[in-house]
Design a protein around this ligand. Structure first.
Ligand code: AHM
Ligand code: MG
Length: 335
């Protein structure tokens, strides 16, 4: 007999904690839950079917194959349109934001920003990937179309954010500003069950996660901090352990549970780094702060940055607060 609490039950129970609780946000999270189950199903059989091929390739029936990240984008978009709680989306997979100009959706109160399948190149080698989502109230009048300003809001204005990790088990982890809660998918009953209530990151840890292949291009502060991570010192438990999956959701998730720091810094060639402020860094930063972690661009909190464009990139540092403080000291010292 099932004794766990399902995500649906948890959302209903916590409805009163949601900002502007009118059931809309619950329905919206329900749409994300449904879409992630479908994407999970497709990812699980990705090695069996011809779905991992590139766009433009025809399958045996002569149909166009879809890359799994485009497929995930469509699944999430359609699930959100169907529920009618969202008036538009912006996605890493779309050049521009999309207005849901149908009777159900056009006057809705929320917009969603998402990276439908982050780290998607990992699928071909059976390594964890994730979906990242970020939810805001629209700021434009709701009798007209959505506008850019609805999507380039400062990260502090998020009303909810989360990720789905398609890993050795699939989990949905989200926050509405009242802590971070994790739900593990039980495929035998088709439900996300509460498994990690009120997640808190350890104050410090032993793991550092960074693509060290780029070492030569890193800013001096990052290089010096990496050397610090590798030096032996018993009082601070060094040397640390290097762990890098190359899938932000998976690297962040591990560090959240075990304690650690993740860095994707700027380089001379890419002065804003690689990760996207709106689809990756803001939602992860909201979760991070809610779990007692820090998330910055190496100097300033990510959630305080005012976005200027949809696909803006930003250097990203996130992790256990004590490790982050040390990393910040190196960034300041070697500016
Ligand atoms: P993507 O959105 O194109 O999948 O890129 C984002 C991913 C992150 O998940 C990951 O942390 C990073 O790119 C890895 O980049 P790199 O291969 O340069 O280390
Ligand atoms: Mg991405």
């Amino acid at each position: 007999m099932r004794t766990q609490k399902s995500l649906g039950e948890f959302i209903i129970e916590k409805q009163a904690d949601f900002p502007h609780a009118k059931g809309e946000l619950s329905a919206l999270l329900g749409a994300i839950k449904l879409a992630s189950k479908i994407v999970n199903r497709e990812i699980n059989k990705a090695g069996l079917v011809d779905i991992t091929g590139s766009n433009g390739v025809k399958n045996i029936q002569g149909e166009q194959q879809q890359k799994l990240d485009i497929y995930a984008n469509d699944i999430f978009k359609n699930a959100l349109i169907a529920r009618g709680e969202v008036c538009g989306i912006a996605s890493e997979e779309e050049d521009n934001f999309v207005f849901f100009d149908n009777k159900n959706s056009r006057n809705a109160s929320y917009v969603v920003l998402m990276d439908p399948l982050d780290g998607s190149s990992n699928i071909d080698v059976n390594v964890s990937v994730g979906t990242i989502f970020s939810i805001y109230r629209r700021v434009s009048p709701n009798d007209g179309p959505v506008e850019l300003d609805d999507f380039i809001q400062v990260g502090r204005k998020q009303v909810a954010a989360g990720y789905v990790i398609y890993g050795s088990s699939t989990m949905l982890v989200f926050t509405t500003g009242n802590g971070v809660h994790g739900f593990t998918y039980d495929p035998s009953i088709g439900m996300f069950c509460l498994s990690h209530e009120s997640l808190k990151i350890p104050k410090t840890g032993k793991i550092y996660s960074i693509n060290e292949g780029n070492y030569i291009k890193f800013p001096l502060g990052v290089k010096k901090y990496l050397k610090y991570c590798q030096e032996e010192d018993k009082t601070t438990n060094r040397p640390y352990t290097s762990r890098y999956i190359g899938s932000l959701v998976a690297d962040f998730h591990r560090n959240l549970l075990k304690g650690g720091i993740y860095i994707y810094p700027q380089t001379a060639q890419a002065p804003s780094g690689k990760l996207r402020l709106l689809y990756e860094c803001n939602p992860i930063a909201f979760l991070a702060e809610q779990a007692g972690a820090l998330a910055t661009d190496g100097y300033n909190p990510i959630l305080d940055l005012k976005p200027t464009e949809l696909h803006q990139r930003v250097p990203f540092f996130t992790g256990s607060p004590e490790m982050m403080e040390t990393a910040h000291q190196f960034m300041e010292k070697y500016k």
